[in-house]
Design a protein around this ligand. Structure first.
Ligand code: NI
Length: 187
C-alpha cells in the first residue's frame, strides 16, 4: 500500500464532478486500500477520491470503527438537522459549523460491485454527507455564510503557504496529531 498525496483547496479537481465507477478491478481495490491508509495517516475519518486527485466516484470512511468504502453512493433518505463543526483534509486547520441531516440512508456499491445500503446517524451520517458532497465538487465552506466563508478562505490563504503546489504529502508512521482545540477529525 502507499500513501497518496492529498490535493488541497485551490486544485480544480476538488470542484469537478466525479465519474461513476463501472469496472471493479484490482486497481480499484488498490486505490481503496491506499485511500484508507492515507486517511489514517492524516488522522481523518473520511476521504473522497478527488482529494487524492482521482475522478472515480468513491470515498472511504471510518468513524469509530464503522468502516466503509462507498462506491457510486447516493443518499436515498435524509432526515433531522443538526449543526456541528467540520474540518476537511483538503484545507487542514480551517473549521466551520455546518447544518447536516442527523440520519441518512446511503445506497452504494462495495469494492466488488455488490450493492449495499447503510443507515447512519450523527457523526457517521455527517461524514457520509461531507464525502458525497466531495464527489460532486462541493465543499463544507459552501454552506457557510458569506462572511464566514470569506474569513475561512482568508485563513486558508495564510495556511496554504506551508504547502507547495496545492499538494500535501503525508509522512508514513505516526499519524498527524489532532488539534486539541478542535478535536473534530478532518474528512
Ligand atoms: Ni473534506
Amino acid at each position: 500500500m502507499s500513501l497518496l498525496p492529498i490535493h488541497l483547496l485551490g486544485d480544480p479537481i476538488l470542484r469537478e464532478e466525479t465519474i461513476p465507477v463501472t469496472e471493479f478491478t484490482d486497481e480499484l481495490r488498490t486505490l481503496v486500500d491506499d485511500m484508507f491508509e492515507t486517511m489514517y495517516a492524516a488522522s481523518g475519518i473520511g476521504l473522497a477520491a478527488p482529494q487524492v486527485g482521482r475522478r472515480e466516484r468513491l470515498a472511504v470512511v471510518d468513524v469509530e470503527g464503522a468502516k466503509y468504502a462507498i462506491i457510486n453512493p447516493e443518499i436515498v433518505l435524509a432526515e433531522g438537522k443538526a449543526r456541528a463543526e467540520e474540518a476537511c483534509l483538503s484545507f487542514p486547520d480551517v473549521y466551520g459549523t455546518v447544518e447536516r441531516a442527523t440520519r441518512v440512508i446511503v445506497q452504494a456499491q462495495d469494492v466488488n460491485g455488490t450493492p449495499f445500503e447503510v443507515e447512519a446517524t450523527d457523526l457517521l451520517a455527517r461524514c457520509f454527507q461531507h464525502e458525497i458532497d466531495h464527489l460532486h465538487g462541493k465543499l463544507f465552506i459552501d454552506y457557510l455564510s458569506y462572511l464566514k466563508r470569506r474569513a475561512a478562505l482568508a485563513e486558508w490563504e495564510e495556511l496554504r503557504k506551508q504547502y507547495t503546489g496545492n499538494i500535501r504529502h503525508l509522512k508514513p508512521g505516526a499519524p498527524e496529531l489532532v488539534d486539541p482545540e478542535h478535536p473534530e477529525a478532518g474528512m
